[in-house]
Design a protein around this ligand. Structure first.
Ligand code: 2BA
Length: 109
């Protein structure tokens, strides 16, 4: 058995949730925050049999899209901030960041 941890954008979370249910996957959604952008994202915990991992990854891939997001850098620490112009920088936020972990034990009491 494996635990899939998938960090996805909030905009994709409902669609992904529905697709997982439709394909009979069990999942838990957690509200999370990206360390870099400090904006909300959604983390899915999906416990599944080894043979269904590829199917789950395909569903995640099909339902999550990469998007560009503008980030405005904070002013520099120290030095003269008068000449600092905080130009927004565009970063591409991935469709999904996925980790697949082995599960030692699974209990559903
Ligand atoms: P954030 O940390 O808010 O990152 C959002 C996007 O900002 C990233 O997209 C990446 O394109 C960019 N970024 C992140 N750190 C950066 C840095 N130090 N310098 C320049 N650009 C940077 P993704 O890589 O697709 O990540 C989307 C979200 O997935 C992340 O949101 C974070 O919540 C999670 N994530 C990504 N990699 C992770 C990891 N290794 N461990 C845990 N969570 C991760």
């Amino acid at each position: 058995m494996k635990l899939i941890i998938a960090v996805v954008q909030d905009q994709d979370s409902n669609r992904l949730s529905a697709a997982l249910v439709e394909h009979n996957f069990r999942a838990t959604k957690l509200a999370s925050t990206g360390g870099f952008l400090k904006s909300g994202n959604t983390t899915f915990l999906i416990g599944t049999d080894d043979i269904r991992v590829d199917k789950a990854l395909q569903i995640i891939k099909d339902n999550c899209q990469a998007r560009d997001q503008l980030v405005t850098p904070v002013s520099p620490m120290g030095g003269n901030a008068d000449s600092f112009v905080p130009y927004p920088v565009e970063v591409e936020v991935g469709g999904a960041t996925v980790f697949v972990l082995p599960i030692e034990q699974f209990h559903n009491f």
